[in-house]
Design a protein around this ligand. Structure first.
Ligand code: IPM
Ligand code: MG
Length: 355
């Protein structure tokens, strides 16, 4: 199979983890006899520096022409006080919107090998295996009006029935192949937008009578995720709540560097376009030091093989290789290895060899 993929390393550690992920991609292609048609593009702070905009048209055109996009991270402290449309993050938000990837899948699991890497008690996190389905192209991130006027800042959290339904379908379908439970997270005791969210999700659940639906307020959900994470199978939530809750997932998994993500749109013409990126950010404090954890980026490659290309054995092979390297203890410093920490490059190489 020919895999047409755009690589967007972006800023900070995005560059290092993406290069490890691409190395693994090459090893996978070689092993399974696939051809890679890779292109590279600019996004984020580096794109602002080189082209004056966080998402150059050329990048967007390449993304639209590719089957999938692998992203590193965006964000640099020097843009902290820049205008809204000249921030690295705006490039990410714009590419998500342009590719219409409304469903962001963020699996969170506790690997037995990493149980000591989490600050939480072993018996609490043992067996954690959930997937957060975060709505990605609406809500506070995109709602209008927005702005700062006369010393008042404002944003709008807005959802239409259609926007809620399309992401809820993804959550219910995923649950069918898992433990058949969806926890819809909202703030319907306060927010009207959440009241509509809850109503629409409840109505939709009628089409999935084999899946159990429960509702939870977001403040309680944050607490439950660290109190009893094993109660969750699929968490369905809106954009901002999903952003916040998925970082808690990093604590359950041992390090935020472990978490992959898949941002998916509708399946048109038989291919699900997707953006695949680790959940972590650009971590400017450790950028360029070859010590960032590339597992989130590498697992995102596995997600891409599964969701965009339907290559399940290939995806499993990558995940198995990750498992082997985890078991070998050759991991980066964030995972608190017993021996000397491995570098980003060494982990990428080890996973490729394990393949
Ligand atoms: C994430 C990140 C992004 C988000 C930032 C970089 C815009 O935090 O993917 O979780 O908020 O969506
Ligand atoms: Mg985030």
């Amino acid at each position: 199979m020919n895999l047409k993929i755009l690589i967007l390393p972006g800023d900070g550690i995005g560059v290092e983890v993406t290069s490890a992920a691409v190395e693994v991609l090459h090893a996978m292609a070689k092993k399974f006899g696939h051809t890679l048609e890779l292109s590279e593009g600019l996004i984020g702070g580096i794109a602002i520096h080189k082209t004056g905009t966080p998402l150059p048209k050329e990048t967007l055109d390449k993304a639209l022409a590719a089957n999938a996009t692998i992203m590193g991270a965006v964000g640099l402290p020097e843009f902290d006080n820049s205008a809204p449309n000249l921030r690295p993050e705006k490039g990410l938000l714009d590419i998500r919107a342009a590719l219409k990837v409304f469903a962001n899948l963020r699996p969170v699991r506790t690997y037995p090998e990493l149980i000591e890497s989490s600050p939480l008690k072993n018996h609490v996190i043992e067996g954690t295996d959930m997937i957060i389905v975060r709505e990605l192209t609406a809500g506070l991130y995109y709602g209008r009006p927005r702005g700062i006027e006369n010393d008042r800042g404002f944003n709008t959290m807005s959802y239409t029935r259609a926007e809620i339904e399309q992401v809820a379908h993804v959550a219910f379908k995923l649950a069918r192949n898992r433990r058949r439970k969806v926890t819809s997270v909202d703030k319907s005791n306060v927010l009207e937008v959440s009241q509509l969210w809850r109503k629409v999700v409840t109505e939709l659940a009628g089409q999935y009578s084999d899946v159990k639906l429960e509702h939870m307020f977001v403040d309680n959900a944050a607490m439950q995720m660290v109190l009893r994470p094993t109660q969750f199978d699929v968490i369905l939530t809106e954009n901002t709540f999903g952003d916040i809750l998925s970082d808690i997932g990093g604590i359950l998994a041992g390090s935020i560097g472990m978490l992959p993500s898949a941002s998916l749109g509708a399946n048109t013409s038989g291919v699900t376009q997707g953006i695949y990126e680790p959940v972590h950010g650009s971590a400017p404090d450790i950028a360029g030091q070859n010590k960032a954890n590339p597992f989130g980026a590498i697992s995102s490659v596995a997600a891409m093989l599964e969701y965009t290309f339907g290559l399940l054995p290939e995806a499993n092979a990558v995940n198995d290789a990750v498992g082997k390297v985890l078991a070998s203890g050759r991991v980066t410093a964030d995972l608190k290895p017993k021996g000397a920490p491995a570098t980003t490059g060494q982990v990428g190489k080890a996973v490729s060899e394990a393949l």
